[in-house]
Design a binder for this molecule. Structure first.
Ligand code: ZN
Length: 333
């Protein structure tokens, strides 16, 4: 089970609705989340790994089981967190970072206040899961998309039902999987070897994203991913990748952003490479060498790229799974 479900933390988390008060983003947040390895479930019940018929019922039963394990772990941790005295997170409680924190005395338990926060169940590798189940992912096939949507809808629905049952904010998260994308991929390769389109890369695809290596137009990527934003109420992000000329075509840039907004995306980003030659200060796209001064030493070229939610000063600082993913990224026209 431990390779299906894993704990991690990240930046795109955003919780708005609150069953204990007005919807708000400040003074609260995700307390913790567990992530499900959907690719593994896909392999276990799909038409790969020697199996000739896919077993959707088996898949859903296993998903139920994994959801329960994920939630149980979160509740266990939540109860430990609730027992903590205010002084254990003194800065957060005294500086308005958590609703009502300033009213607590140092030894008072924070339990009641944490109810305003949320615990979340996330997922990684929807694309690889569908590939294992159907041989195509949700960018390639509308019918695979429908199944993908219903899987994530099911997870969101589970979270909603459990929110009522436990009287807590329990939410569905589009896990960014910075290091987890690589860790899960490695575990799957060790267990199942390299399965084409499923485990043959050093990373799994982020949450509900269409794979970065799949050629798709920007507007189509937005259309495929936007409906998932509404389901992932613990946080999400979608990107399109443009080439370095984006800044010379602001009209196109604006149209893409407006299109994403029109599709109700909650968090959207346009990525384009920004390279800087540290020898002559040229800034633009640098392939092998600087077009101005010919600098080719990578030490003297800064390459800014996005890893999951945030920009990173230099590509060299990505972990190996993220470097492999960045290398595969295709631009969206
Ligand atoms: Zn230069």
């Amino acid at each position: 089970m431990d390779s299906i479900c894993h704990i991690n933390y990240l930046c795109r988390t955003r919780v708005i609705s609150n069953r204990f008060g007005e919807p708000s983003q400040s003074g609260r947040g995700n307390l913790s989340f567990n992530s499900i390895n959907l690719a593994k479930l896909g392999i276990e019940y799909g038409i790969v790994n020697g199996r000739e018929e896919r077993d959707i019922d088996g898949f859903m039963d296993k998903l139920d089981e994994v959801l329960d394990v994920a939630l149980e772990g979160l509740i266990h941790r939540y109860n430990i967190q609730c027992e903590q005295p205010a002084k254990a997170s003194d800065f957060m409680m005294q500086n308005g970072s958590w609703i009502g924190g300033e009213k607590l005395r140092p030894n008072e338990k924070i339990g009641d206040l944490l109810r305003n926060g949320s615990i979340s169940i996330g997922f990684v590798g929807l694309a690889e899961c569908l590939k294992a189940l159907f041989g195509v992912h949700h960018g390639e096939s509308p019918s695979a998309w429908k199944v993908g949507y219903s899987i994530i809808y099911y997870i969101k629905d589970y979270c909603d039902k459990k929110s009522d049952e436990y009287d807590m904010n329990i939410t569905c998260f589009a896990t960014p999987a910075e290091s987890l994308a690589g860790k899960f991929a490695k575990l799957l390769q060790d267990q199942y070897g390299k399965i084409e389109g499923v485990t043959d890369r050093d990373y799994l695809t982020n949450s509900f994203h269409v794979p970065v290596y799949y050629e798709i137009k920007a507007y189509e990527k937005i259309e495929r991913e936007a409906p998932f934003h509404k389901l992932t109420n613990a946080g999400h992000i979608s990107y399109v990748e443009l080439d370095g000329n984006a800044r010379n075509n602001l009209q196109a840039f604006k149209r893409i952003v407006q299109y994403a907004l029109s599709k109700n995306m909650g968090y959207f980003s346009v990525n384009h490479p920004i390279d800087k030659c540290l020898s002559c200060n040229f800034d633009g796209v640098i392939n092998k060498e600087c077009p101005i001064c010919g600098e080719s030493d990578e030490e003297n070229i800064s390459r800014i790229r996005r890893v999951t939610g945030y920009l990173v000063g230099n590509l060299n600082r990505f972990n190996s799974a993220k470097r492999a993913e960045e290398k595969d990224r295709l631009k969206h026209k």
